[in-house]
Design a protein around this ligand. Structure first.
Ligand code: UDP
Length: 236
């Protein structure tokens, strides 16, 4: 395996499948199968889940909602996804712990970095819920933050497409895929793969990002074993 400790970023949208809302049982089951395979190989797995399939802070703002309140709703949405993923993984006998950045002690442990490290050392899958715990951030930034905090080797950003393109491949037939990009290229070209706070945090701390297609069976393992799929974002 190329990486021993990974941070997998799963967006809420990915978990919704084609319906676009809520958690699709088939999709989450498939993702859990792939995580379970890595788990059995002894890879240390941390996961940041998004919440966009239930609520996004900015969409609340468009209806007049207070930004912070709407963002807290988004963070609560990530907790729902985290519990769904934990349930699915545990049915596959994968030991998991949900660590929440907002205290909800009846359903999840509080996020304490040292505790997260201990779980990872014990090979438990750690699911980070409630984002950073602060409004005005995203779960991509959470992924960048937690990956650095726990010393992950890479951020694996799972998406619906097989990498980063110069324009939207769903809309343009002539879109060209990049195999590799630098952080600064992503920022300068305004590529919307992760928000600029997340990219900057990775750039400042030299945290590698691999963007890949979640829906192609076997891809998670391929990335971890070092196969060149998707797009790598690195220093140069
Ligand atoms: N959010 C937040 N602070 C954080 C992480 C998330 O306020 O540290 C809120 C924000 O409103 C965001 C929502 O939670 O829109 C859901 O997260 P995100 O949009 O990143 O989910 P994804 O796009 O990955 O499904």
């Amino acid at each position: 395996m190329k990486y021993n400790r990974i941070l997998l970023k799963l967006s809420g949208e990915a978990l919704a499948g084609n319906s676009g809302f809520g958690v699709d049982g088939e999709v989450i089951n498939k993702v859990a199968d792939e995580i379970s395979e890595l788990y059995s190989l002894g890879v240390e797995i941390a996961i940041v889940v998004g919440g966009g399939n239930i609520h996004r802070g900015l969409s609340g703002v468009t209806t007049g909602m207070d930004r912070s309140t709407s963002d807290y709703m988004g963070m609560m949405a990530t907790v729902i996804n985290a519990l769904a993923l934990q349930d699915c993984l545990e049915r596959k006998e994968v030991q998991t712990r949900v660590l929440s950045a907002i205290e909800i002690k009846e359903v999840a442990e509080n996020y304490i970095r040292r505790r997260a490290m201990r779980h990872l050392e014990k090979k438990r899958v750690v699911i980070f819920a409630a984002g950073t715990g602060s409004p005005y951030f995203t779960t991509d930034t959470t992924a960048a933050l937690r990956a650095n905090e726990v010393g992950a080797d890479v951020i694996m950003k799972a998406t619906k497409v097989d990498g980063i393109y110069d324009k939207d491949p769903m809309k343009f037939n002539d879109a060209v895929k990049f195999d590799q990009l630098s952080y600064i290229d992503v920022l300068n070209k305004g590529i919307k793969v992760m928000d600029s706070t997340a990219i900057s945090l990775c750039m400042d701390n030299d945290m590698e990002i691999v963007v890949f297609d979640l829906f192609e069976t076997g891809n998670i393992k391929k990335v971890v074993s070092g196969e060149k799929i998707g797009t790598r974002v690195t220093k140069s």
